[in-house]
Design a protein around this ligand. Structure first.
Ligand SMILES: [Mn+2]
Length: 386
């Protein structure tokens, strides 16, 4: 059987307030194209389908269009919620989408109560068992585990409990099937992409790779945005990664989907297929003149700009944005003097001195004369009006 593993779509994500809908449309089109070209039997979607728990209509349009196109190509989808998705919203959508071959597994369930889905190969030659393990917040873990028989002593820690839950899934796998775990979780040792929510990739949530079930032919993971194999797992396990460079922590990451070839009784073989859509995220630095000179060579990449100046320079960020319309982040780079201790008795200073003290504390330098002059003018006009 051949499966396409992807995840962390984060449809609806913006960058510093700018829409990335066009890029999502292009990359989702690419994903559908790869699924069709590779002739996969199913697409596994490992959570964080949406960026927001209550996504906007534009994001829905992109996701629904993609699911319908996969349906029209005869490719079923198995999807779980990640920490960015609303499990309840997925539950609401599950029944609507079921007739078009989309299996949403909004909650963790025991293997024989819907926790494991059977997915036949299109030519009927084999079948896969897909154990669905959506993201479970730590505070809800007890509720999820309570559904499993003999789970009373599971919860010594999140990692321990999740290990037991994964083992219960592994015990329900069958040697005559392609056995797949589809999970949204953080494994110890995975290298974060930088765009994930820090809290949920911390040590509290780290599951040891050795706890992934050895009976699995393949473990399809979501949560970490950098595509990577999981080291130290008893079965082939991978994070497929996100589709676009979602934040500046993901600069230089090449994005991909994973094609999985598997048959019963042996570990799956995996292959990355690169994605080309989407604008790159690039860090650039230099003086204003350097940056202006490089503007043409930077293409359509979103830029995080560090502009070298001698000290605080009002207006320079605007000039950078004029020269580089794709600059989404502009910061000034200059040597900051140690901020002086907050002067005692700030109230005893005159307004101009208060302003200078504030400026030194926040910028580490004296205010430029034209700014100080502007402050005086503003103060005069206010006092004059009083
Ligand atoms: Mn994610």
């Amino acid at each position: 059987m051949r499966l396409l593993h992807t995840g962390d779509w984060h449809v609806g994500r913006t960058i510093r307030g700018r829409s990335r809908a066009e890029e999502f449309a292009a990359v989702l089109d690419e994903v559908v194209g790869i699924a069709v070209q590779e002739g996969v039997d199913a697409l596994l979607l490992a959570g964080d389908v949406y960026d927001q728990r209550a996504p906007g209509p534009e994001a829905d349009l992109l996701v629904f269009e993609t699911l319908v196109r996969l349906h029209e190509a005869g490719i079923p989808v198995i999807a779980i919620p990640g920490n960015h998705d609303s499990a309840l919203r997925m539950e609401a959508l599950a029944r609507l989408l079921r007739p078009i071959g989309v299996h949403l597994a909004p909650r963790v369930l025991p293997p024989d109560e819907g926790g494991i889905l059977e997915v036949p190969a299109r030519d009927g030659s084999a079948a896969a068992l897909v154990a669905c393990v959506p993201f479970v917040p730590e505070r809800r873990f007890g509720d999820a585990a309570a559904l499993f028989r003999g789970s009373e002593d599971w919860y010594q820690s999140y990692a321990e409990g999740m290990g037991r839950l994964l083992a219960a899934m592994g015990d329900a796998f069958r040697p005559d099937r392609v056995n797949v775990v589809l999970a949204h979780l953080f494994t110890d040792g995975a290298i974060p992409g930088g765009g994930e929510r820090e809290l949920t990739i911390g040590m509290t949530y780290a599951v040891a790779p050795s706890r992934l079930p050895a009976q699995a032919s393949y473990v399809a993971l979501g949560h970490v945005h950098r595509p990577q194999a999981v080291r130290g797992a008893p079965a082939p396990a991978r994070y497929a990664g996100s589709l676009l460079q979602l934040d500046f922590g993901e600069v230089d990451q090449r994005k991909s989907v994973t094609v999985v070839d598997a048959e019963p009784g042996r570990p799956a073989r995996v292959r990355e297929v690169a994605l080309a859509s989407g604008r790159r995220l690039v860090d650039v630095g230099g003086t204003l003149d350097d940056l202006v000179a490089r503007a043409g060579a930077l293409g359509d990449a979103y830029l995080r700009v560090s502009v070298r100046v001698d000290g605080p320079t009002p207006g320079v960020a605007d000039r950078v944005r004029e020269a580089l319309p794709s600059a989404v982040d502009v910061r000034l780079d200059y040597r900051r003097t140690e901020p002086e201790a907050r002067p005692a008795g700030l109230a005893s200073l005159r307004p101009r001195e208060q302003f200078e003290a504030y400026y030194r504390a926040s910028h580490g330098a004296e205010p430029p004369p034209e700014l100080a002059g502007a402050f005086d003018e503003a103060l005069e006009s206010v006092q004059g009006a009083g």
